[in-house]
Design a protein around this ligand. Structure first.
Ligand SMILES: Cc1cc2nc3c(=O)[nH]c(=O)nc-3n(C[C@H](O)[C@H](O)[C@H](O)COP(=O)(O)OP(=O)(O)OC[C@H]3O[C@@H](n4cnc5c(N)ncnc54)[C@H](O)[C@@H]3O)c2cc1C
Length: 427
């Protein structure tokens, strides 16, 4: 790594915040801003708009009253956290950030008149609209798997009731059973997520006397983030319990039978019989982004990375997982960082000031066991319509004594601080 993690964080925070902490223009008129999605991106954007544009009227809308955070979902699945401890509530977020909230599904957006329509019958007009609506699953790619049937092979990738049901299903797998994790093709939410899940399930099985259980990772890719580190850690900690099947070896899940638990990999004539399959489907931007005409042929939303304003509709901003922001990963930390930049750009535009310099940051920690973590970090700039990596780093393959343990402690601290930053103190 060319910068230490501490330097990276300090530089990025300073760079993200400095250009926008000057006094707000007294002449700024009261602008109406609607933020759709109270997850990591939307909640952070609403909070930052409130701070940087205090005269603006900010409304935060989410279809859900509560949900589980993606980060630490894998810990909740394996008994290292309670589901309640990773649950957040929309109204609490609004209260903590001093913004109005509305629990309602946005069913349409007219990008020209900037009117938002909701399932509850509201028609709301705004000067600016920010969307951080997250992802939707691309059903129909894996034969036999649909939104209705996915509860039988729960992905637990959307923070809904599947988190609790997958936790119960993991506990019911017998010693000597087979668990199959279906890992999706790029791009998708939380690139290390399926591999962290395999690690923590393996540790949980060992702790609960089920060492003969097999975890197969059926992958639609031939590579994944931190692969050498994950493979080395699995080898050392879990031996033959975890088997990764890359795409080149036919790993991609092609078909499932949700009633029997059978899974067919690409080109296979006979199925794999599973006691539990957790299949994470291919993904795209959440449905509302498509309905508002904000996605391109990739299924994701093209944006100007200096402001996260849509490249397709002026005055509408899209950030977080739904946006095309590669090489940044689709992560909570990236969404939080993008949200601050987006809010600063909107506040500057309302003040008639130029947009601030774009500096963003991400670190993805992955627990490979309760007390061991690995990480990858990146520091990013944006110019001429592109996001560029300024500096990046990854945990060393051979760890000095105690490093993995220290990274696990940092992961826990990171979770608490990003949750508080994005959502306020939990009740
Ligand atoms: C298992 C797992 C582990 C993860 N681990 C990490 C990690 O360790 N570190 C990390 O940085 N990231 C992690 N992530 C990724 C992280 O959860 C996402 O990247 C992050 O939540 C993206 O934030 P967002 O604001 O784009 O979307 P979200 O947080 O999903 O928020 C979107 C919100 O929009 C709302 N919404 C959508 N459509 C509408 C509509 N039409 N009307 C009203 N509301 C709507 C949804 O209800 C939702 O609450 C993990 C994810 C998973 C699944």
């Amino acid at each position: 790594m060319s910068l230490s993690r501490r330097q990276l964080l300090q530089t990025a925070l300073a760079a993200t915040l400095l250009p926008v902490t000057g006094p707000a223009s007294a002449a700024r008129r009261k602008a109406r801003i609607i933020v759709i999605g109270a997850g990591f991106g939307g909640a952070t954007c609403a909070k930052t708009l409130r701070l940087l544009s205090p005269t603006s009227d900010v409304l935060l809308i989410d279809a859900r009253a509560s949900w589980c955070t993606g980060p630490f979902t894998n810990l909740a699945l394996t008994g290292l956290r309670s589901v309640a401890s990773i649950t957040r509530h929309t109204t609490d977020i609004g209260r903590a950030h001093g913004v109005r909230t509305l629990i309602d599904e946005v069913t349409g957006i007219d990008p020209v008149s900037r009117t938002v329509t909701t399932a509850g019958g509201k028609q709301l007009v705004a000067d600016r609209i920010v969307l951080s609506p997250g992802i939707a699953m691309r059903w129909g790619v894996i034969a036999g798997l649909s939104a209705e049937l996915s509860g039988s092979m729960p992905h637990a990738w959307l923070g809904d009731s599947q988190v609790q049901s997958l936790r119960e299903r993991i506990d019911a797998v017998p010693d000597g059973g087979t668990i199959l994790i279906g890992a999706p093709p790029n791009p998708y939410r939380c690139p290390p997520g399926p591999y962290e899940r395999a690690s923590l399930i393996a540790e949980h099985l060992l702790k609960t006397g089920r060492a003969r259980t097999k975890i197969l990772i059926a992958d639609a890719k031939d590579d994944f983030t931190k692969r050498p580190l994950f493979l080395a850690e699995w080898d050392e900690r879990y031996g033959a319990m975890i088997e990764w099947i890359p795409r080149a070896k036919g790993g991609e899940v092609a078909r499932v039978d949700t009633t029997t638990g059978d899974v067919w990999l690409r080109d296979a004539t006979t199925p794999i019989a599973t006691h539990l399959a957790t299949i994470v489907p291919p993904q795209q931007a959440a449905a509302i982004a498509g309905r508002a005409g904000l996605v391109d042929e990739s299924g994701w939303c093209p944006v100007n990375p200096q402001s996260f304003e849509s490249s397709l509709h002026a005055g509408i901003h899209v950030l977080g997982d739904a946006a095309i922001a590669a090489p940044m990963p689709k992560s909570a930390f990236a969404a939080n960082s993008q949200a601050k930049l987006c809010a600063a750009a909107i506040a500057a535009a309302l003040d008639g000031r130029p947009a601030p310099d774009a500096r963003m940051i991400n670190t993805c920690y992955s627990l490979v066991a309760e007390d061991a973590a690995i990480s990858v970090s990146g520091f990013y700039s944006a110019a001429s319509g592109r996001i560029a990596v300024v500096s990046e780093g990854v945990s060393p393959l051979t760890a000095p004594d105690g490093l993995r343990r220290r990274e696990a402690a940092q992961a826990r601290d990171w979770y608490e601080s990003i949750s508080t930053d994005s959502f306020g103190k939990s009740a």
